[in-house]
Design a protein around this ligand. Structure first.
Ligand SMILES: [Zn+2]
Ligand SMILES: [Zn+2]
Length: 250
């Protein structure tokens, strides 16, 4: 008997599900049913992503709290999945106490490693919306290829972007130009793991071709350290002194 873990994507609890969500999630359910039918031990898990900018922005637009908005959609999602006959073993939410505590404990352990450091960086801030913006809530032109892009990654050329390098940046919510404010954050030094990641990829010829190609390309382009925290008001608070007003970012 094999043990099979299937992690379905966690939909953002900021609006109703549509057929596109279901099309993306259904294969996981088919797989779970297949493995149960052949006698494997299956754990098929998903949940609602209740945190992050999409939920905070929706809440602001509707004059409600992020908690109210995400609880509302989480209930709706749960009912939809039940009525559609999805066979999740666990369908949870990121605002659940056990998730919150697990994430805080996980990050607390990370902070003690030699891979986490503090850095002051410019953070995108929309004066019109009066809020810091997550990278994907910035729009502008890619500094590498010039295509219209979001602040986190350019879909045209695949470049992983530093938000402050975006050309003519505007807010994705109100489309006004944005500014930057300096703020201190925790970063994970992915760049230090270059050799380990390279030998891992080289020792796994059985990985899918595109997974290997993407991994090698990221390594060759140079791995960038990524922020672990953000100045966003709705999320899991950072378990570190001096970071009480910031939330965990992934
Ligand atoms: Zn704005
Ligand atoms: Zn580009």
């Amino acid at each position: 008997m094999r043990t099979i873990l299937i992690g379905g994507a966690w939909p953002y609890a900021n609006g109703s599900l549509h057929i596109g969500h279901i099309a993306g999630l259904l294969p996981g359910d088919v797989l779970a049913r297949y493995h149960r039918a052949v006698g494997d031990r299956v754990c098929y898990v998903s949940g609602s992503d209740c945190h992050g900018s999409p939920v905070a922005i929706r809440a602001r637009q509707e004059n409600r709290s992020p908690q109210e908005i995400s609880d509302f959609y989480h209930r709706e999602f749960t009912e939809c999945f039940q009525r559609l006959g999805f066979s999740y073993d666990v369908y949870s939410k990121t605002s659940a106490e056990e998730h919150r505590e697990f994430v805080r404990e996980f990050h607390r352990t990370l902070y003690e490693s030699p891979y986490v450091y503090e850095k002051e960086t410019p953070q995108a801030y929309c004066g019109h919306c009066d809020t810091f913006l997550a990278d994907r809530f910035m729009l502008g032109k890619c500094p590498d290829c010039g295509a219209d892009t979001r602040g986190d990654q350019c879909d045209a050329c695949g470049a992983v972007l530093e938000p402050e390098t975006l050309v003519e940046p505007v807010c994705a919510v109100c489309h006004n130009p944005i500014g930057f404010r300096r703020s201190t954050h925790l970063y994970i030094a992915i760049s230090k793991l270059r050799d380990e990641l390279e030998s891992l990829a080289d020792s796994r010829p059985e990985w899918r071709k595109n997974a290997l190609a993407f991994t090698k390309r990221y390594i060759e382009e140079g791995l960038r350290d990524r922020a672990l925290t953000r100045d966003l008001e709705w999320g899991i608070p950072v378990p570190k002194a001096g970071y009480e007003q910031k939330t965990i970012y992934i």
